[in-house]
Design a protein. Sequence first.
Length: 243
Amino acid sequence: SRNNQYALPPLNSRQVVGLRKLFDFLEEGKGGVLTPFKLHTTLHKLGYNLKMEKVEEILSAFDGSMKFSDFLCFMSDRTKKFHGADSMVLAFKMMDHNRDGLIEVSRFKITYEVLLPQASSQQHVEIVRKIFNPDRAYHGVMEIEFSPGDPGLTLSGEPSKVVEVKGFAEKSGVRKGWFATKVDGKRVESADHVLSIIKQRNMMKEKYKLEFSFEKVMGFREFCKFGQLDYEDFVSVMRTFST
C-alpha cells in the first residue's frame, strides 16, 4: 500500500490545473505515472539537484512511481510551510531553489519551457523583455571555470568580496566589489574558505568553478544570461501572461 506521509495538497483549483498540465507533459503517455528517471531529470531542470538515490527514496513512498494524485501531494509537501500564501508567492518560492529571494532569468526560461513546451523559443524572451529596464542595476550571478594556477583574485572578508582582480579572472568579466558565493556548486561564507579550496585544487591540479554574485546595469542579453529576478520582477513577468 502507498505511504501516507504526504499531506493532502493545500492547493487551489488553478494550481491543480497547472500541475495537471505539468504532470501530463512529464509522463508523456507512459501509463499515467512518473518514473524515477523522468522525475529526476525534471527536478534537476527546475533547480532541485537531488541525487537519483534521493528520488528513488521519494518514489518508494509511492510504490516506486507517481500517479497524478501522488504528484499533487508531493508538490504540496515541498511547499506546505507556505500554506496560506497566495499562488504568486507559492510559485516564486517553488522556483527560488536556494531560498535567497532571487530567481535566475535563465532558470525562469528553463521552467517556462518545461511548463509550456508548446510555446515558441522566443516567447519567454519577449516576456522578460517587457519588464527589462536598461537603466536599472539588477542582481546577477556568474559561474566561471578556473584551471590550476593563479586565478587573478584577491578576496577579503565574510562574505568573500573581490577587492582586486587581474589576469584570467579579469578577462572572464569578474569585477571588484563582486562576491564569491560558491565553489563547485557549494556555498562558501568567507574569503579564507574560498582561498583554502583554491589552494587545495591547485595542489591537486584540478579545475574548479567559482560562482560570483553582483549588482550592475546590464544589457538585455547579459541580463538574460546572468540576471536575477526579485519577487517584484517575478510578479511583473507573470502578469504579462495575460497581456
